[in-house]
Design a protein around this ligand. Structure first.
Ligand code: NAD
Ligand code: MN
Length: 345
Protein backbone atom coordinates (compact mmCIF):
# COMPACT_ATOMS: atom_id res chain seq x y z
CA UNK A 1 0.00 0.00 0.00
CA UNK A 2 1.32 3.40 -0.99
CA UNK A 3 4.28 1.77 -2.73
CA UNK A 4 4.67 1.86 -6.49
CA UNK A 5 6.17 -1.24 -7.98
CA UNK A 6 7.71 -1.02 -11.44
CA UNK A 7 8.86 -4.08 -13.38
CA UNK A 8 12.07 -3.63 -15.36
CA UNK A 9 12.69 -5.91 -18.33
CA UNK A 10 15.96 -4.78 -19.95
CA UNK A 11 16.08 -7.90 -22.21
CA UNK A 12 18.76 -7.71 -24.94
CA UNK A 13 21.53 -5.52 -26.34
CA UNK A 14 21.29 -1.83 -25.47
CA UNK A 15 18.17 -2.57 -23.40
CA UNK A 16 20.57 -3.34 -20.53
CA UNK A 17 22.25 0.06 -20.98
CA UNK A 18 19.23 2.35 -21.35
CA UNK A 19 16.77 0.83 -18.85
CA UNK A 20 19.00 1.60 -15.82
CA UNK A 21 19.07 5.24 -17.03
CA UNK A 22 15.27 5.25 -17.19
CA UNK A 23 15.03 3.76 -13.69
CA UNK A 24 17.42 6.43 -12.35
CA UNK A 25 15.30 9.17 -13.93
CA UNK A 26 12.28 7.88 -11.99
CA UNK A 27 14.32 7.68 -8.79
CA UNK A 28 15.54 11.24 -9.31
CA UNK A 29 11.96 12.45 -8.88
CA UNK A 30 12.28 11.60 -5.19
CA UNK A 31 9.30 12.63 -3.12
CA UNK A 32 7.35 13.77 -6.20
CA UNK A 33 6.30 10.11 -6.45
CA UNK A 34 5.10 7.61 -3.85
CA UNK A 35 7.85 5.32 -2.60
CA UNK A 36 8.93 3.36 -5.67
CA UNK A 37 10.35 -0.14 -5.86
CA UNK A 38 11.78 -1.87 -8.88
CA UNK A 39 11.85 -5.53 -9.74
CA UNK A 40 14.06 -6.76 -12.58
CA UNK A 41 12.48 -9.45 -14.72
CA UNK A 42 13.86 -11.80 -17.38
CA UNK A 43 12.99 -12.03 -21.07
CA UNK A 44 14.75 -11.92 -24.41
CA UNK A 45 16.82 -13.83 -26.91
CA UNK A 46 19.88 -13.99 -24.69
CA UNK A 47 17.73 -15.49 -21.93
CA UNK A 48 16.30 -17.93 -24.48
CA UNK A 49 19.74 -19.18 -25.50
CA UNK A 50 20.50 -19.99 -21.85
CA UNK A 51 17.11 -21.24 -20.65
CA UNK A 52 15.20 -22.38 -23.74
CA UNK A 53 12.36 -19.88 -23.33
CA UNK A 54 12.14 -16.19 -24.21
CA UNK A 55 9.41 -15.11 -21.81
CA UNK A 56 9.32 -17.05 -18.52
CA UNK A 57 5.93 -17.36 -16.83
CA UNK A 58 7.39 -15.72 -13.72
CA UNK A 59 7.87 -12.49 -15.69
CA UNK A 60 4.26 -12.41 -16.88
CA UNK A 61 2.94 -13.33 -13.41
CA UNK A 62 5.07 -10.72 -11.66
CA UNK A 63 3.82 -8.03 -14.04
CA UNK A 64 0.20 -9.13 -13.64
CA UNK A 65 0.19 -9.66 -9.92
CA UNK A 66 2.80 -7.36 -8.37
CA UNK A 67 3.54 -4.45 -10.68
CA UNK A 68 1.81 -1.11 -11.18
CA UNK A 69 3.71 -0.44 -14.38
CA UNK A 70 6.71 -1.66 -16.35
CA UNK A 71 9.58 -0.63 -18.57
CA UNK A 72 10.80 -2.86 -21.37
CA UNK A 73 14.21 -2.44 -23.09
CA UNK A 74 14.49 -4.22 -26.42
CA UNK A 75 14.73 -7.72 -27.78
CA UNK A 76 16.93 -9.19 -30.46
CA UNK A 77 14.93 -11.31 -32.84
CA UNK A 78 17.03 -13.21 -35.36
CA UNK A 79 15.67 -12.64 -38.87
CA UNK A 80 15.93 -16.35 -39.65
CA UNK A 81 13.66 -18.62 -37.69
CA UNK A 82 15.22 -20.19 -34.59
CA UNK A 83 13.35 -23.33 -33.47
CA UNK A 84 11.32 -22.66 -30.33
CA UNK A 85 11.96 -18.90 -30.29
CA UNK A 86 9.27 -16.30 -30.62
CA UNK A 87 9.57 -12.60 -29.78
CA UNK A 88 8.75 -12.02 -26.11
CA UNK A 89 7.63 -8.43 -26.68
CA UNK A 90 4.89 -9.50 -29.08
CA UNK A 91 3.88 -12.21 -26.58
CA UNK A 92 3.93 -9.78 -23.66
CA UNK A 93 1.73 -7.25 -25.44
CA UNK A 94 -0.76 -10.07 -26.00
CA UNK A 95 -0.53 -11.62 -22.54
CA UNK A 96 -1.22 -8.27 -20.84
CA UNK A 97 -3.65 -7.15 -23.57
CA UNK A 98 -1.63 -3.99 -24.16
CA UNK A 99 -3.56 -3.22 -27.30
CA UNK A 100 -2.32 0.29 -27.99
CA UNK A 101 1.23 1.31 -28.79
CA UNK A 102 1.38 5.05 -28.33
CA UNK A 103 4.42 6.71 -29.89
CA UNK A 104 4.85 10.48 -29.58
CA UNK A 105 7.39 11.90 -32.01
CA UNK A 106 8.66 15.36 -31.15
CA UNK A 107 11.38 17.58 -32.59
CA UNK A 108 12.64 19.74 -29.73
CA UNK A 109 12.92 23.30 -31.15
CA UNK A 110 16.08 25.30 -30.39
CA UNK A 111 13.98 28.11 -28.96
CA UNK A 112 11.39 26.89 -26.44
CA UNK A 113 8.89 29.46 -27.78
CA UNK A 114 9.16 28.14 -31.31
CA UNK A 115 6.65 25.65 -32.71
CA UNK A 116 8.22 22.17 -33.10
CA UNK A 117 8.64 21.12 -36.76
CA UNK A 118 7.37 17.65 -35.84
CA UNK A 119 4.88 17.05 -33.05
CA UNK A 120 2.76 14.00 -33.69
CA UNK A 121 1.64 10.77 -32.07
CA UNK A 122 1.52 7.45 -33.86
CA UNK A 123 -1.16 5.23 -32.30
CA UNK A 124 -0.37 1.72 -33.42
CA UNK A 125 -2.74 -1.23 -33.00
CA UNK A 126 -0.69 -3.71 -31.01
CA UNK A 127 -2.37 -7.12 -31.10
CA UNK A 128 -3.32 -8.18 -34.62
CA UNK A 129 -2.65 -7.45 -38.31
CA UNK A 130 0.28 -9.60 -39.53
CA UNK A 131 1.54 -9.88 -35.94
CA UNK A 132 -0.86 -12.76 -35.28
CA UNK A 133 2.08 -14.64 -36.83
CA UNK A 134 0.09 -17.32 -38.60
CA UNK A 135 2.37 -18.29 -41.43
CA UNK A 136 2.32 -21.41 -43.55
CA UNK A 137 4.69 -22.87 -46.10
CA UNK A 138 3.27 -25.30 -48.65
CA UNK A 139 4.38 -26.69 -52.02
CA UNK A 140 2.53 -25.96 -55.24
CA UNK A 141 3.07 -25.73 -58.99
CA UNK A 142 5.09 -22.53 -58.49
CA UNK A 143 7.37 -24.04 -55.88
CA UNK A 144 7.19 -23.05 -52.25
CA UNK A 145 4.20 -20.95 -51.31
CA UNK A 146 4.35 -18.84 -48.18
CA UNK A 147 1.22 -17.34 -46.70
CA UNK A 148 0.55 -15.11 -43.73
CA UNK A 149 -2.77 -14.30 -42.12
CA UNK A 150 -3.53 -10.65 -41.63
CA UNK A 151 -6.27 -10.32 -39.06
CA UNK A 152 -8.25 -7.11 -38.58
CA UNK A 153 -11.23 -7.26 -36.24
CA UNK A 154 -13.93 -4.71 -35.60
CA UNK A 155 -13.35 -4.96 -31.82
CA UNK A 156 -9.61 -4.24 -32.01
CA UNK A 157 -10.13 -1.49 -34.59
CA UNK A 158 -12.76 0.16 -32.41
CA UNK A 159 -10.72 0.08 -29.22
CA UNK A 160 -7.58 1.45 -30.88
CA UNK A 161 -9.76 4.05 -32.59
CA UNK A 162 -11.22 5.10 -29.24
CA UNK A 163 -7.71 5.46 -27.79
CA UNK A 164 -6.67 7.57 -30.77
CA UNK A 165 -9.72 9.85 -30.50
CA UNK A 166 -9.09 10.21 -26.77
CA UNK A 167 -5.47 11.23 -27.43
CA UNK A 168 -6.46 13.61 -30.23
CA UNK A 169 -9.11 15.25 -28.04
CA UNK A 170 -6.50 16.03 -25.37
CA UNK A 171 -4.14 17.75 -27.84
CA UNK A 172 -4.44 21.36 -28.97
CA UNK A 173 -4.99 20.59 -32.65
CA UNK A 174 -7.45 17.70 -32.19
CA UNK A 175 -6.71 16.21 -35.58
CA UNK A 176 -6.72 12.50 -36.37
CA UNK A 177 -5.46 10.82 -39.55
CA UNK A 178 -6.57 7.23 -40.17
CA UNK A 179 -3.86 5.30 -42.02
CA UNK A 180 -4.85 2.42 -44.30
CA UNK A 181 -4.35 0.82 -47.70
CA UNK A 182 -7.96 0.15 -48.57
CA UNK A 183 -7.44 0.96 -52.24
CA UNK A 184 -5.79 -2.49 -52.42
CA UNK A 185 -6.89 -4.23 -49.22
CA UNK A 186 -10.50 -3.09 -49.25
CA UNK A 187 -11.76 -5.82 -46.91
CA UNK A 188 -9.17 -5.71 -44.12
CA UNK A 189 -8.06 -2.09 -44.25
CA UNK A 190 -11.57 -1.07 -45.25
CA UNK A 191 -12.86 -2.56 -42.00
CA UNK A 192 -10.17 -0.75 -40.01
CA UNK A 193 -10.81 2.61 -41.67
CA UNK A 194 -14.60 2.41 -41.54
CA UNK A 195 -14.67 1.25 -37.91
CA UNK A 196 -12.46 4.12 -36.75
CA UNK A 197 -14.25 6.63 -38.96
CA UNK A 198 -17.62 5.71 -37.44
CA UNK A 199 -16.56 6.48 -33.86
CA UNK A 200 -17.57 10.19 -33.74
CA UNK A 201 -21.08 9.30 -34.91
CA UNK A 202 -21.35 6.97 -31.88
CA UNK A 203 -19.68 9.26 -29.32
CA UNK A 204 -20.60 12.95 -29.29
CA UNK A 205 -17.59 13.84 -27.18
CA UNK A 206 -15.31 13.51 -30.20
CA UNK A 207 -17.25 16.04 -32.27
CA UNK A 208 -14.36 18.54 -32.06
CA UNK A 209 -11.81 16.14 -33.49
CA UNK A 210 -11.24 16.63 -37.21
CA UNK A 211 -10.68 13.40 -39.11
CA UNK A 212 -8.75 12.67 -42.29
CA UNK A 213 -7.87 9.35 -43.84
CA UNK A 214 -4.88 8.57 -45.93
CA UNK A 215 -3.23 5.72 -47.76
CA UNK A 216 -0.10 4.58 -45.97
CA UNK A 217 2.45 5.09 -48.75
CA UNK A 218 1.26 8.61 -49.45
CA UNK A 219 1.24 9.24 -45.69
CA UNK A 220 4.97 8.38 -45.51
CA UNK A 221 5.65 10.70 -48.45
CA UNK A 222 3.75 13.59 -46.91
CA UNK A 223 5.26 12.87 -43.51
CA UNK A 224 8.69 13.59 -44.98
CA UNK A 225 7.62 16.64 -46.98
CA UNK A 226 5.20 18.33 -44.60
CA UNK A 227 5.30 16.65 -41.17
CA UNK A 228 3.49 19.65 -39.66
CA UNK A 229 0.17 18.49 -41.17
CA UNK A 230 0.04 15.53 -38.77
CA UNK A 231 -1.20 15.49 -35.21
CA UNK A 232 -2.41 11.99 -34.27
CA UNK A 233 -2.08 9.08 -36.71
CA UNK A 234 -3.87 5.80 -36.04
CA UNK A 235 -2.78 2.71 -37.92
CA UNK A 236 -2.96 -1.08 -38.04
CA UNK A 237 0.03 -2.80 -36.44
CA UNK A 238 2.53 -3.06 -39.33
CA UNK A 239 1.89 0.37 -40.84
CA UNK A 240 2.18 1.88 -37.37
CA UNK A 241 5.53 0.18 -36.83
CA UNK A 242 6.92 1.45 -40.13
CA UNK A 243 5.47 4.95 -39.80
CA UNK A 244 6.96 5.49 -36.37
CA UNK A 245 10.48 4.47 -37.44
CA UNK A 246 10.10 6.80 -40.43
CA UNK A 247 8.93 9.62 -38.17
CA UNK A 248 11.93 8.93 -35.89
CA UNK A 249 14.23 9.77 -38.81
CA UNK A 250 12.63 13.23 -38.94
CA UNK A 251 13.55 13.99 -35.34
CA UNK A 252 17.18 12.96 -35.57
CA UNK A 253 17.29 9.40 -34.27
CA UNK A 254 15.42 6.30 -33.21
CA UNK A 255 17.28 6.85 -29.96
CA UNK A 256 14.90 9.63 -28.88
CA UNK A 257 11.45 8.18 -29.62
CA UNK A 258 9.55 6.66 -26.66
CA UNK A 259 6.38 4.63 -26.48
CA UNK A 260 3.98 3.03 -24.10
CA UNK A 261 2.15 -0.20 -24.63
CA UNK A 262 -1.19 0.51 -23.02
CA UNK A 263 -4.20 -1.57 -22.15
CA UNK A 264 -7.17 -0.51 -20.08
CA UNK A 265 -5.45 -1.18 -16.75
CA UNK A 266 -1.70 -1.50 -17.30
CA UNK A 267 1.06 0.41 -19.11
CA UNK A 268 4.51 -0.67 -20.15
CA UNK A 269 6.98 1.94 -21.40
CA UNK A 270 9.28 0.85 -24.21
CA UNK A 271 11.67 2.80 -26.46
CA UNK A 272 10.71 2.47 -30.13
CA UNK A 273 14.20 1.28 -31.08
CA UNK A 274 15.44 -2.31 -31.01
CA UNK A 275 18.46 -3.90 -29.33
CA UNK A 276 20.94 -2.14 -31.69
CA UNK A 277 23.59 -4.89 -31.79
CA UNK A 278 25.83 -2.60 -33.89
CA UNK A 279 26.42 -0.29 -30.90
CA UNK A 280 25.63 -2.55 -27.92
CA UNK A 281 28.17 -2.66 -25.11
CA UNK A 282 29.99 0.47 -26.30
CA UNK A 283 28.37 3.17 -24.15
CA UNK A 284 27.02 4.73 -27.37
CA UNK A 285 23.28 4.12 -27.02
CA UNK A 286 21.13 7.19 -26.61
CA UNK A 287 19.23 6.79 -23.33
CA UNK A 288 16.66 9.49 -24.21
CA UNK A 289 14.07 7.15 -25.77
CA UNK A 290 14.09 4.97 -22.66
CA UNK A 291 14.04 7.94 -20.29
CA UNK A 292 11.13 9.51 -22.14
CA UNK A 293 9.39 6.10 -22.09
CA UNK A 294 9.65 6.20 -18.29
CA UNK A 295 8.07 9.68 -18.35
CA UNK A 296 5.30 8.49 -20.66
CA UNK A 297 4.63 5.48 -18.43
CA UNK A 298 4.35 7.79 -15.41
CA UNK A 299 2.03 10.08 -17.38
CA UNK A 300 -0.30 7.19 -18.14
CA UNK A 301 -0.15 6.09 -14.49
CA UNK A 302 -1.41 9.54 -13.48
CA UNK A 303 1.90 11.13 -12.40
CA UNK A 304 1.99 13.90 -14.97
CA UNK A 305 4.03 16.31 -12.82
CA UNK A 306 6.83 13.79 -12.55
CA UNK A 307 6.58 13.07 -16.27
CA UNK A 308 6.76 16.80 -17.06
CA UNK A 309 9.91 17.15 -14.97
CA UNK A 310 11.67 14.31 -16.77
CA UNK A 311 10.61 15.62 -20.20
CA UNK A 312 11.71 19.16 -19.35
CA UNK A 313 15.15 17.86 -18.29
CA UNK A 314 15.50 15.95 -21.57
CA UNK A 315 14.36 18.99 -23.58
CA UNK A 316 16.97 21.14 -21.82
CA UNK A 317 19.79 18.68 -22.55
CA UNK A 318 18.79 18.36 -26.21
CA UNK A 319 18.49 22.13 -26.59
CA UNK A 320 21.82 22.74 -24.91
CA UNK A 321 23.42 20.30 -27.37
CA UNK A 322 26.79 19.93 -25.64
CA UNK A 323 26.15 16.50 -24.07
CA UNK A 324 24.67 14.18 -26.70
CA UNK A 325 25.34 10.67 -28.01
CA UNK A 326 26.82 10.11 -31.51
CA UNK A 327 23.42 9.41 -33.15
CA UNK A 328 22.58 13.08 -32.52
CA UNK A 329 26.00 14.26 -33.63
CA UNK A 330 27.49 14.41 -30.15
CA UNK A 331 30.57 12.85 -28.58
CA UNK A 332 29.20 11.80 -25.21
CA UNK A 333 28.41 8.35 -23.92
CA UNK A 334 25.17 6.83 -22.64
CA UNK A 335 26.26 7.37 -19.05
CA UNK A 336 27.21 11.03 -19.50
CA UNK A 337 23.95 11.89 -21.23
CA UNK A 338 21.96 10.07 -18.55
CA UNK A 339 23.91 11.87 -15.80
CA UNK A 340 23.32 15.24 -17.46
CA UNK A 341 19.57 14.57 -17.61
CA UNK A 342 19.44 13.33 -13.98
CA UNK A 343 21.23 16.47 -12.84
CA UNK A 344 18.43 18.57 -14.34
CA UNK A 345 15.46 16.55 -13.06
P1 NAD B 1 17.38 -1.08 -34.10
O1 NAD B 1 16.28 -0.16 -33.71
O2 NAD B 1 17.95 -1.93 -33.03
O3 NAD B 1 18.57 -0.21 -34.74
C1 NAD B 1 18.42 0.54 -35.95
C2 NAD B 1 19.55 1.58 -36.03
O4 NAD B 1 19.30 2.62 -35.08
C3 NAD B 1 20.92 1.01 -35.70
O5 NAD B 1 21.89 1.61 -36.49
C4 NAD B 1 21.11 1.40 -34.24
O6 NAD B 1 22.46 1.54 -33.87
C5 NAD B 1 20.36 2.72 -34.16
N1 NAD B 1 19.81 2.91 -32.81
C6 NAD B 1 18.75 2.24 -32.27
N2 NAD B 1 18.56 2.64 -31.02
C7 NAD B 1 19.50 3.56 -30.74
C8 NAD B 1 19.82 4.33 -29.57
N3 NAD B 1 19.11 4.22 -28.42
N4 NAD B 1 20.86 5.17 -29.65
C9 NAD B 1 21.58 5.30 -30.78
N5 NAD B 1 21.33 4.61 -31.91
C10 NAD B 1 20.30 3.74 -31.89
O7 NAD B 1 16.84 -1.94 -35.29
P2 NAD B 1 17.56 -3.16 -36.07
O8 NAD B 1 19.03 -2.94 -36.11
O9 NAD B 1 16.79 -3.34 -37.28
O10 NAD B 1 17.27 -4.41 -35.15
C11 NAD B 1 18.18 -4.93 -34.17
C12 NAD B 1 17.48 -6.00 -33.37
O11 NAD B 1 16.45 -5.40 -32.59
C13 NAD B 1 16.82 -7.07 -34.21
O12 NAD B 1 17.07 -8.31 -33.63
C14 NAD B 1 15.35 -6.71 -34.17
O13 NAD B 1 14.52 -7.84 -34.27
C15 NAD B 1 15.23 -6.09 -32.81
N6 NAD B 1 14.13 -5.12 -32.65
C16 NAD B 1 13.45 -5.18 -31.49
C17 NAD B 1 12.46 -4.26 -31.21
C18 NAD B 1 11.78 -4.30 -29.89
O14 NAD B 1 12.31 -4.86 -28.95
N7 NAD B 1 10.60 -3.74 -29.75
C19 NAD B 1 12.17 -3.26 -32.15
C20 NAD B 1 12.91 -3.21 -33.33
C21 NAD B 1 13.89 -4.15 -33.57
MN1 MN C 1 9.73 -1.22 -34.89
Amino acid sequence: PGVLKIGLIPADGIGGEVIPAARDAILALGSALPKTEFVTLDAGFEYFTRHGEALPDETVHALQQECDGALFGAVSSPSNKVAGYSSPIVALRKALDLYANIRPVLAVPKDPNEKPSVDLVVVRENTECLYVKQETLTFGPDGREARATRLITERASRRIGLKAFEIALARPRKHLTIIHKSNVLSVTDGLFRDTVKAIPSQHDKYADVTVAHQIVDSAVYRLFREPEIYDVMVAPNLYGDILSDAAAALVGSLGVVPSVNAGDTFVMGEPVHGSAPDIAGQNKANPIAAIRSAALMLRYMGFSDGADRIDAAVDAVVRDGSVLTPDLGGRSGTNEVAAEILKRI
